[in-house]
Write a protein that binds this ligand. Structure first.
Ligand SMILES: Nc1nc2c(c(=O)[nH]1)N[C@H]1C(S)=C(S)[C@@H](COP(=O)(O)OP(=O)(O)OC[C@H]3O[C@@H](n4cnc5c(=O)[nH]c(N)nc54)[C@H](O)[C@@H]3O)O[C@H]1N2
Ligand SMILES: Nc1nc2c(c(=O)[nH]1)N[C@H]1C(S)=C(S)[C@@H](COP(=O)(O)OP(=O)(O)OC[C@H]3O[C@@H](n4cnc5c(=O)[nH]c(N)nc54)[C@H](O)[C@@H]3O)O[C@H]1N2
Ligand code: SF4
Ligand SMILES: [Mo]
Length: 889
């Protein structure tokens, strides 16, 4: 496959999730970037979701870090690199190799990751390199290694289409792996007998394709799969041949399972015995089952046990590694998998070798010809930041991750960074909640500029190719690390001039002393040239020396990577519920929304993506809200001993009572006080070290705002209030506000907010008695800003108001219409944006439904909504369902 499709178009891979979709990126004459799904890429066959489709809107240079900085001041690369190297060298020589650490990311490319890991484990001689994958995949890694002896995902994406039953466990696939969701939805449409079961405490959008939703109690998963194992045995559905030939430990695992009856499983999962029986029957009676799992499983203090409870059921039935069968951990970040391959976790070595294994250490050290090799696991993320805080780690280098927003007990991470003598951050942006604590900031190349490989959830390695020049002084992460390694005296071992050279070394190491003893082997590519690397087509591992690229599954005939080559059943006990602290009555669950990515450093730049959810929120069951005096769209304060946050209340019966869901995305750049990880305890799984990010306890009370405001403005505002949340809009920004006390002079407040240098008059309407204020400034024919204030949450249509920034205002009555905040007949209120691709709002879809559009397809034909990326199809169906119910009433 040629890297270039036409001279202007480049084949690359999406920057976001672990589906790893192929993308065709074209630089258009206008300078805009055209983005299309790559029809040849086996992950997506041309599909893209809303985030992928909007990639072109996130590559501009606004907010980019374009030169190295020391203490906030621009510096040359030489000065910055010398300082990083000398500070690390001094710290190491004074306090030993374990006094320094790297904290890296699944958003690095494999080549970056490989070099970072090599430098730390082989040359600095410590294993203090951990990654945000600790917060993401480490329970899956630990579960795989316990069961299989290796970190292997046995199946392929095709299995999702071949399965007759898919269990989605702790996965909101519709929003987080949208293209896989679409592949399943398409397969199900073709083959309606296919069944999907959703296992999630919330009824998420993914329930749209589910035939059954098990609204499991948080952390009830281990109990559910223990119950299933017992049922499999009781129904004589165990595949004895498979279990006898290829596994060990079945009886011990079964003994625990058999000690729980349906009633006990029901109590632990919150699922009725009838529904449990129905679910168990579905599993036992369907041969082709895939269990997809993600953060509802991994991010738990019992995450590794959950993984093994799932794998136990697949081993017991021999449903693994055959078409349409197997446990399937879907990875989050674009290169979560690549990071595991190079050994980027503190408890791994390179190329899936084990740090505890002396033979493996020897192999790696000889191959690297390195002076040393870390001989024991390093500190895992939570321990690592604790060690920074207590002064054990004195020099820290953070790359491509934003721990001040994404680590549990996030305010302690702030403290750690404030106290650390030397903090280096490599990032693409100059300001985020972490970069502001850096002594040295290093400008990294971003997506579209960087060049290397990533591995997706099905073990497929694809190229990310550049189609933009390196901006300013930005450099690829591998280059930056290589430069520091050379300055530390390791020039010979870090000779790299191109990413292809690094990839070739990585491939060669994977085959070194392997002879079939390790799953990860891509030594077919050990001698890859720069030209071959440029042309590299997506391929799945393994591909050993001399082998052709094939799609392969693992373990249908055993051949596990344990000493006896047998898989291990793990005896798993259900989680014992702890007595909850009565001060904190709610379980706080956290996760993602459809159109934002993590800490919003990229998706926050796109007006389209920001229109779906423009504000941090908490999903609350309406009955709980009523008890606590919380009205829909009011503000709510969530808190515990770690701190508090303020977010919008979104009442929905998709949320069960006693539970609250808050997205992880909002941070100090986009909201006043909504960093949810402040509230999450750093409770970790004892085996994997992965924190229980889905399980905090909080109290909830109304935020007693004296006033609420909503504003759109052309320039980024810097005025704040007790509550604020900022989002991009076409032509400017939109801002939600609220305060405990009214400002004395609203007009002055508005002028400050609009940041306008113009002396154009302020159009204002004040009703002091009702507490209503409306102020706007127009400059010639354009709106500079408008602010609506009320004592209740402002009801003005957000999408309508935001659109006013893009319209000309020739006539004064149009200006007054803006101030009135009421759409005229010629500007109907769209409602909240549902279809990001075509900007179609909820009200438009509901109106079309009332006018006879009865299916997602009919809506598509009329409004185009849902016809491009398809990510909103589940929501359109939801609106159709409610509209039809309302019409029938
Ligand atoms: N839009 C979008 N997509 C993304 C990302 C993003 O930021 N935005 N990030 C990517 C990354 S890095 C990752 S790791 C993936 C994550 O992908 P997912 O794991 O699918 O996403 P989450 O929303 O974190 O959590 C999934 C679900 O777990 C449920 N859950 C919580 N507790 C439990 C429990 O105890 N048991 C069960 N069974 N379920 C539970 C939550 O209610 C939630 O719906 O998404 C990737 N894709
Ligand atoms: N409460 C709660 N917390 C969570 C989660 C949750 O579900 N709930 N999920 C966890 C999970 S699964 C994950 S993966 C993490 C994600 O959390 P983070 O990794 O902290 O989030 P990102 O916003 O993706 O941060 C990536 C950073 O890298 C920068 N960057 C982008 N590209 C490059 C590059 O090429 N090079 C360099 N050097 N920098 C780059 C971006 O500007 C950004 O600052 O959050 C975890 N935290
Ligand atoms: S599903 Fe969406 S975010 Fe994930 S790789 Fe594909 S296009 Fe990118
Ligand atoms: Mo993740």
């Amino acid at each position: 496959m040629n890297s270039s499709v036409s001279p202007e178009t480049v084949r690359t891979t999406c920057a976001y999730c672990g589906v790893g979709c192929g993308v065709l990126a074209t630089r258009e004459e206008s300078g805009a970037i055209g983005i299309k799904g790559d029809p040849m890429h086996p992950a997506n066959f041309g599909r893209l979701c809303s985030k992928g489709s909007a990639l072109g809107e996130t590559v501009d240079l606004e907010g980019r870090l374009l030169e190295p900085r020391i203490g906030g001041k621009p510096a040359s690369w030489d000065t910055a690199l010398d300082l990083v190297a000398s500070s690390f060298a001094e710290t190491i020589s004074e306090h030993g190799p374990d006094s320094v650490a790297f904290y890296v990311s699944g958003q690095l490319l494999t080549e970056d990751y490989y070099v970072a890991n090599k430098l730390m484990k082989g040359f600095i001689g410590s294993a203090n390199i951990d990654t945000n994958s600790r917060l993401c995949m480490s329970s899956s890694v630990a579960g795989h290694r316990r069961a299989f002896g290796s970190d292997t995902v046995p199946g392929t994406y095709e299995d999702l289409e071949l399965a007759d039953l898919i269990l989605l466990t702790g996965s909101n696939l519709a929003w987080c792996h949208p293209v896989l969701y679409q592949r399943i939805a398409a397969a199900k449409a073709k083959r309606p007998a296919m069944r999907v079961v959703l296992i999630d405490p919330r009824r998420t959008m993914t329930s749209d394709i589910a035939d059954m939703h098990l609204a499991i109690k948080s952390d009830g998963d281990a109990a559910l799969f223990i119950g299933l194992l017992g049922y499999i045995a009781a129904q004589a559905m165990v595949d004895r041949t498979y279990v006898d030939r290829y596994t060990s430990g079945f009886e011990q695992a079964l003994a625990i399972a058999s000690s729980h009856d349906l009633r006990s499983i029901s109590a632990r999962t919150g699922i009725s015995p009838e529904q449990l029986r129905e679910f168990f029957n579905l599993f036992t009676q369907t041969e082709r089952v895939v269990t997809v799992y993600s953060q509802g499983v991994n991010q738990s203090a019992g995450g590794t046990d959950k993984v093994n409870a799932i794998i136990n059921c697949h081993l017991a039935t021999g449903r693994i590694g055959r078409p349409g069968m197997g446990p399937f951990s879907v990875t989050g970040q674009p290169n979560a998998m690549g990071g595991r391959e190079v050994g980027g976790l503190a408890n791994m070595l390179a190329a899936h070798m084990h740090i505890e294994d002396e033979g493996h250490r020897d192999l790696v050290q000889t191959f690297w010809n390195s002076p040393t090799i870390a001989s024991r696991p390093g500190l895992k993320a939570v321990d690592l930041f604790n060690a920074v805080r207590t002064g054990k780690i004195k020099a820290l280098w953070i790359m491509a991750t934003n721990p001040v927003d994404s680590m549990p007990e996030a305010d302690l991470v702030v403290k750690a960074l404030q106290e650390c003598p030397f903090v280096v951050v490599s990032d693409i942006n100059s300001v985020n909640d972490t970069t502001i604590h850096a002594h040295v900031l290093l400008p990294a190349a971003g997506w579209g500029e960087k060049d290397g490989t990533v591995t997706n959830s099905e073990r497929r390695i694809s190229r990310q190719r550049p189609f933009l020049p390196l901006p300013g002084k930005a450099r690829p992460d591998w280059w930056i690390i290589t430069q520091v390694a050379r300055r530390l005296g390791f020039a010979e071992a870090f000779p790299y001039e191109t990413p292809a050279q690094i990839f070739a070394e990585h491939a060669a190491l994977s085959g070194h002393g392997n002879r079939g003893s390790r799953d990860f082997d891509i030594s077919a590519h050990s001698a890859i040239s720069d030209v071959e690397y440029d042309d590299l087509s997506p391929f799945q591992w393994p591909q050993g020396r001399g082998e052709a690229a094939l799609e392969r599954r693992f373990f249908s005939q055993g051949e596990f990577y344990t000493p006896d080559q047998r898989a291990r059943f793990i005896p798993v006990n259900p989680v014992n519920e702890e007595a909850a602290d009565p001060r904190f009555a709610f379980t706080l669950n956290t996760g993602r929304v459809r159109d934002h990515w993590h800490t919003m450093t990229r998706t926050g730049k796109s007006a389209r993506l920001s229109a779906h959810f423009a504000e941090p929120f908490a999903e609350i069951n309406p009955l709980d809200a009523a008890v606590h005096g919380i009205a829909d769209a009011s503000l709510v304060k969530l808190g515990n001993d770690h701190g508090t946050i303020i977010v919008r209340a979104l009442l929905t019966d998709r949320q069960a009572r006693g539970r609250i869901f808050v997205p992880m995305h909002w941070n100090g750049q986009f909201a006043g006080d909504a960093r949810v990880d402040k509230l999450v305890s750093a409770n970790v799984d004892p085996i994997s070290g992965q924190p229980a990010l889905k399980m905090a306890r909080v109290a909830m009370k109304p935020f007693e705002a004296a006033w609420y405001g909503f504003s759109v403005m052309r320039e980024k505002p810097d005025t704040t209030a007790d509550y604020w949340a900022l989002a991009r809009a076409e032509g400017g920004f939109r801002l939600e506000l609220a305060g405990l006390e009214e400002p004395r002079d609203w007009s002055a407040f508005a002028r400050r907010l609009f940041g306008s240098s113009t002396d154009a008059p302020l159009l204002a309407y004040h009703d002091e008695r009702q507490g209503q204020h409306r102020m706007a400034i127009f400059d010639n024919e354009t709106l500079i800003g408008v602010l609506y204030v009320a004592r209740e949450p402002v009801t003005v249509s957000r999408s309508w108001a935001a659109e006013q920034l893009t319209l000309p205002f020739a006539r004064s009555h149009q200006r007054f219409q803006v101030l009135a905040g009421r759409p005229g007949k010629d500007m109907p209120d769209k409602g909240a944006i549902v279809c990001a691709c075509f900007g179609i709002g909820r009200n438009e879809i509901a109106t079309a439904a009332m006018n006879g559009c009865r299916s997602v397809e009919a809506i598509g034909a009329k409004l185009k909504a849902g016809t491009n990326c398809g990510s909103c199809r589940a929501e359109i169906k939801g609106i159709l369902d409610t509209s039809m119910v309302e019409a029938a009433e």
